[in-house]
Design a protein around this ligand. Sequence first.
Ligand SMILES: Nc1ncnc2c1ncn2[C@@H]1O[C@H](COP(=O)(O)OP(=O)(O)O)[C@@H](O)[C@H]1O
Ligand SMILES: NC(=O)OP(=O)(O)O
Length: 314
Amino acid sequence: MDKKRIVIALGGNALGNNLPEQMIAVKQTSKAIADLIEEGHEVVIAHGNGPQVGMIQAAMTELTRSNPEKYIPCPLSVCVAMSQGYIGYDLQNALREELLDRGIRKGVATVLTQVEVDPADPAFAHPTKPIGSFMTKEEADKMVAERGYDVIEDAGRGYRRVVASPKPQGIVEIDTIQALVESDHVVVACGGGGIPVFTTEGHHLKGAAAVIDKDFASCVLAQQLDADCLIILTAVEKVAINFGKPDQKWLDSLTPDEARKYMEEGHFAPGSMLPKVQAAVQFAESKEGRTALITLLEKAKDGIAGRTGTRIQA
Ligand SMILES: Nc1ncnc2c1ncn2[C@@H]1O[C@H](COP(=O)(O)OP(=O)(O)O)[C@@H](O)[C@H]1O
Ligand SMILES: NC(=O)OP(=O)(O)O
């Protein structure tokens, strides 16, 4: 099989919803990633942070509210940095262990990654990115009244806080990531979509109050690293049209034009499957020969071998 440079975007099921769940989940996740490394592929890993960044933000807010003389509010960009740190810590350790168990000696490192956003991005005025855990209607109403949070009802599963999610424009640490990849290291980067920043005066980078979508950030990462393949690993084996309906149909492959048609017809849920298909199309169209794959975490190896998943190719 051809050796490929692969950027993997890990979804929520790769990490679990809390610290103990994460410790267990990353072990399984590492097996799926190590399978690809064992086959000789160069792998770069990005991941989400919705539940984690919400948990950190809630904890930091409680600290400030309970003791305002001692603690000052923690910006959301710093909460994203914290989420990258502790998720990266678990992921890199689990992967290091899995690789060593298979007799593979490779450096595994997390790069705290800043991602540039446009401060004029209209997304800042329209929060869409769910973070934290699900709430009941009563809990959500309380958060809106007491804290002025934006809250949405999420596909019948409960209520969640939403924050701004601007589009990623560029990766500040891309040269560092590239250098590590070129020297055969396994890199975890752009965690949680990256720490959102924008340039103010001179070279100063200022954190933005936002959470970037990790599928879009992974797409930018894959393009900037000139990857062959972007693999979006999630909780379904394939993308479907008429998802959840009696006439549901799983798709083996999609061209960008077919994907656009299905997007217009509303087959992919906003905030879940839609950004994945959009990121996949953007990557597949960015250069000849680039392929995107959406599949189940456990099926990564079969997917790259062409045995399953939904393949998006121009
Ligand atoms: N058309 C579709 N085809 C397949 N899955 C879909 C579709 N529309 C919505 N979904 C849902 O999207 C989920 C993946 O989104 P999400 O859970 O937000 O991703 P992540 O893995 O990044 O955390 C799937 O588990 C599935 O329930
Ligand atoms: N940042 C981000 O996209 O996180 P989730 O994938 O957990 O929503």
